[in-house]
Design a protein around this ligand. Structure first.
Ligand SMILES: [Zn+2]
Length: 132
């Protein structure tokens, strides 16, 4: 059955791809209507590009795949809380849902980006949920 845990496991596989490249292991996945539209894993070192974060790569690919910058029907699965740059892109792309792996446990060390995102999320009603 394809549920949130299934999709998060796919995002974790993306994170492993990054790890195999000696990147910080972060993976992301975008799902629309129970179909995987795009995937992304951290490629910052490989591409020597400060913006090559998993979430941004997945959002860019989803925009190309759908032909729209509005990802209002999309759910994003990410293995780590988004940094402020990615949080901004998530808000701008209007994804309807965001699932984070073990969000609660990591809250203490990622408090800054979490607070940033939560404040903005309130205004556009992004659903936040932790998947364990
Ligand atoms: Zn980021």
């Amino acid at each position: 059955m394809k549920d949130d845990v299934y999709y998060m496991n796919l995002a974790l596989k993306e994170a492993k791809k990054a790890q195999m490249l000696n990147e910080v292991p972060i993976g992301a996945l975008i799902v629309i209507d129970d179909q995987v539209i795009s995937t992304g894993h951290n490629l910052r070192e490989t591409e020597q590009n400060a913006t090559a974060h998993a979430e941004l790569l997945a959002i860019n690919e989803a925009c190309r795949a759908t032909g729209s910058w509005r990802l209002e029907d999309a759910t994003l699965y990410v293995t780590l809380e988004p940094c402020p740059m990615c949080a901004g892109a998530i808000l701008q792309s209007r994804v309807k849902g965001l699932f984070l792996e073990r969000m609660i446990q990591r809250l203490a060390v990622q408090a800054h980006s979490w607070i940033y995102f939560e404040m903005n999320a309130l205004t556009i009603n992004v659903m936040l949920q932790a998947v364990y």
